[in-house]
Every structure is written in C-alpha cells, then in structure tokens.
Design a protein around this ligand. Structure first.
Ligand code: GRG
Length: 294
C-alpha cells in the first residue's frame, strides 16, 4: 500500500477511535467537551498516531491496542497545539485552517480543554481495555509522561519561549526541538515496541529512527514557516521571524536547512534496516516528512 492511502486510512480509523474516547457533549461541562471535540476533530495529518500504528504492526500488536495508544498520542498532540496557540504562548488565531480554540471559545475554555485532553490520554493508557498486561500499560504511561513533561514538550516549550529574549545556537536549538517536537514522536514509535514487548535492539532502532525523523520534521516546519503556504498549512506563517527567534533556517539558511533535513531523513531510514519490508511505510514517511508542503 502507498503511504498516502495508508495515512488516509489510518486517519479514518484513528478518528473513529477518538470519537469513542472523547466524552459525549452534554451536561454542565459541555462547553469544554465541545472545545475538546473542536480541536481534536479538526483534521491534521495524524502523523503521531500513524507512527504508533506502523511501529505496532511490526510486532503483531492487536489493532485495537495500537489504535487506542495512537489516539492517546493525538490527544496529547492536540492539547499541546491548543496551549501553544494561547496568547501567553505563541498567540495564534489560526490552526488546521480554523480559528484556534481560544478564539472560537475563550481562553479559560481552551486551557481546560487542553488539560482535559492531556489527562484523557493518560486515562486511556491506564485502562485495561487498551492492553491487558498492566506492566505494559505502566511502561506506556511513564514514557508518555516523560515525553510530555519537563524533559520533553513542556521543557522544550519553555526554552523556546525564552529564546525570544536570548538567541540560541545550533546545539541549543537542536536540543529544544528534540524536546518540543521530537519527544512525542519518539514516544509514538517506541509505543509499538512497548506494546509488542520488542527486544531492546528493536526498541532502540525505533528510537533512533524517530529522533532523526522528529528533527527532520521540525527543520521542514521551520522552512515552511518561511516559504510555506498558509492555506495549505492551515496556520500562520513567518511566526518565527516576527518573534525574532533563531531557527534552523535563520542559522543555516534555506538550502543548508533542506540538506540537513534530507540527510536526517536518510539516516532515519537506515536505522530501520533490521525491520525489512515491515517498515516500508515508516521509510516512506521519512521521505514524506521532508517533501511535505503542509
Ligand atoms: C502549557 C503545560 C503547557 C505545556 C505546553 C504547548 C506545549 C506544551 C508544547 C508545544 C508543543 C508544540 C506545539 C510543538 C510544535 C510541534 C509541531 C511541529 C506541531 C505541528 O504538528 P503537525 O504538523 O500538525 O503534525 P497537525 O495539525 O498536522 O497535527
């Protein structure tokens, strides 16, 4: 199967799973629940769930387990987008081609919707319906908490916010992006290995793949911020320049940034050598990530 079809099919089943996990919109909390649905069901590439599904199929994990973990990664990703868009952070009004959650609703509702999505992700991982073996569930919870927390997304976000006042060098930007964008991608790949009780060598290979993939993804994100099309991307561009932030593009220039992203994608693919044909969509994904226009 080709990558595009596989990603579309994965997005459909992930969306169905998300619908079963999200609370129904009713009762006194319905405004926040509505905001949760609004943000989650707004489209998006569903790259992180795709990574979970693809890594899990390599170890013959049940589709049901893989989909619930895939949905959990999208819940955390969407929470991070809602909070990232808030006036106190990136202050964005457009996301996935729609008004951001705090614009559509209000700031308090957006903050609470983000909080509720984050906590719902952990509730999902903790339930026996996701996976029968509680040690596997605990491993998933610990690894997702690490990816989302101070050594991952939250840590990357605060370093990023502070970088508006203090210009970062290449090593510092690489570190921040590995935390902010890379950590959840690493979790998404590792999740399949955790669910499949894979050998350490396989888990390590997937981590190495996702490390390079995440960085390549972020470099392209920086490039698209400069030369991307707002409608295709569904979000505002030129944010980094306007905020005076150092990025891979400001440090390397466009051509070298592209070169570096392609180098990382090739390197990511090489980490998959031990997986033969089963990893072919992960290989294609690495190529998609650097060729994408959105
Ligand atoms: C406020 C406690 C607290 C934490 C903040 C906001 C945050 C944690 C972390 C920021 C994480 C973040 C927004 C990273 C940017 C990653 C990125 C490149 C997002 C865009 O991902 P795509 O292109 O988006 O996969 P779609 O819409 O396709 O899902």
């Amino acid at each position: 199967m080709h990558l595009e079809t596989a990603m579309q099919e994965a997005a459909k089943v992930v969306n169905s799973t998300l619908t079963t996990i999200l609370p129904l919109i009713n009762g006194p909390t319905s405004r926040v629940i509505e905001a949760m649905h609004y943000a989650v069901m707004a489209g998006g590439k569903r790259v992180r769930p795709f990574l979970v599904i693809q890594s899990a199929q390599m170890f013959n994990v049940s589709k049901h387990s893989a989909l619930r973990v895939a949905a959990a990664t999208e819940l955390v990703h969407t929470y991070s987008l809602i909070h990232d868009d808030l006036p106190a952070m990136d202050n964005d009004d457009l996301r996935r081609n729609r008004p951001t959650t705090h614009i559509k609703f209000d700031e308090a509702t957006a903050i609470l919707a983000g909080d509720a999505l984050l906590t719902l992700a952990f509730e999902t991982l903790g339930k026996a319906d996701t996976y029968s073996d509680s040690t596997v569930r605990a491993d998933l919870i610990v690894e997702l908490a690490r990816a989302a927390g101070i050594k991952g997304m939250v840590g990357g976000q605060i370093i990023d916010l502070r970088s508006e006042k203090h210009e970062l060098n290449m090593a510092e930007i690489t570190r921040l992006q590995c935390m902010k964008t890379g950590a959840l991608m690493c979790f998404s790949c590792e999740a399949g290995a955790i669910l499949g009780k894979a050998a350490p060598q396989a888990r390590h290979a997937l981590k190495a793949y996702s490390h390079d993939l995440g960085l390549a993804f972020q470099i392209i994100d920086d490039i698209l911020d400069v030369n991307g099309d707002e409608t295709a991307m569904g979000k505002r561009t030129n944010k980094d320049i306007n905020a005076g932030k150092a990025t891979f593009v400001s440090l390397l220039g466009l051509d070298r940034a592209y070169e570096q992203a392609f180098f990382l994608a090739d390197q990511a693919i090489q980490h998959l050598d031990m997986f033969n044909e089963k990893a072919h969509l992960l290989r294609e994904l690495a190529q998609f990530v650097v060729k994408r226009k959105y």
